[in-house]
Design a protein. Structure first.
Ligand code: OOG
Ligand code: NI
Length: 269
């Protein structure tokens, strides 16, 4: 287990930007870092399979050991996913969103591919300090990736990239240049970034106390069994939180919005 929240997020960030070069450019665009203007990270998200070796709870154990607490849970019927979110008592620490694929709900063929991948993992791999940014623990062929893609974009992404931060999220509330998500989106588009427009560029809004947008994932080379191919890697998200009637900012997630954010790594149009 990691000993320190901040070093964990530093390691996650290094691994993430390696395959998400847009993240650097977006930092430059949104923050004046030379003048000490830092980006505040709202949350980081992880994906996994609901098998014993890789379950959501086993990933979550890394965060619970660092003082995080379980807060909300979410169900994504069509995508066959369950998710939970976690918060740290120190609210300056990023929130964590972990989802897991209900493998048993996929076709026999897809289940067989996924079981074959996870069988290649050591039983206790998930407990390693660096597990959350350790990538994939298996060999996967391009044909297997393509087969998974037919059924579940999520399964295909996870088979190709393994365990790592799927995205970081800029907290729009803490930006200096603007605190409005629509302004951020405009800046991103003016700079040539493609936004995920599934369900509209802005998902949610003041009525659900959370407005979100995201870029479409960068593309990066991934090593398949016999070849390397460019496929969608990771994306960057932007979140604006609103105060609830009790005067506190909403700290949860919104399933209907999250459902669309998942599509930021879609390989098929
Ligand atoms: C997670 C998508 C959901 C959010 O902020 O609602 C999400 C994923 O793509 O793995 O991040
Ligand atoms: Ni997110």
């Amino acid at each position: 287990m990691h000993s320190n929240v901040d070093t964990l997020f530093e390691n996650l960030w290094e691994d993430y930007v390696d395959i998400t070069p847009s993240a650097y450019k977006i930092h430059e665009l949104l923050a004046d870092s030379e003048n000490g203007d830092e980006i505040v990270n709202d949350h980081v998200a992880f994906r996994t399979f609901n098998l014993p070796k890789t379950s959501l709870d086993k990933l979550a154990a890394h965060f619970l050991a660092l003082g995080y607490e379980e807060k909300g849970d979410y169900d994504f019927e069509a995508k066959k996913l369950d998710a939970k979110h976690f918060e740290h008592p120190d609210e300056t620490k990023p929130k964590v969103f972990i989802s897991e694929l209900r493998v048993q709900d996929l076709s026999e063929k897809a289940q067989k591919i996924i079981h074959h991948l996870v069988e290649q993992m050591d039983d206790d791999a998930v407990e390693a300090d660096n597990f959350l940014y350790s990538g994939k623990h298996w060999t996967v062929s391009k044909a297997e990736y393509d087969m998974l893609l037919e059924e579940s974009e999520y399964a295909a992404w996870l088979a190709a990239w393994g365990f790592r931060a799927n995205h970081f999220t800029v907290s729009v509330n803490f930006l200096k240049k603007t605190q409005e998500l629509s302004d951020v989106n405009q800046m991103l588009k003016d700079a040539g970034f493609t936004l995920n427009d599934s369900g509209g560029e802005i998902k949610g809004g003041e009525s659900v106390y959370l407005a979100q947008s995201s870029t479409m994932a960068d593309h990066a080379y991934v090593k398949f069994e016999a070849e390397s191919k460019m496929i969608p890697s990771c994306f960057y998200e932007f979140a604006q939180r609103y105060k609830m009637p009790d005067g506190n900012y909403y700290t949860g997630f919104v399933a209907a919005s999250a459902d669309k954010i998942f599509e930021s790594t879609n390989a098929k149009q």
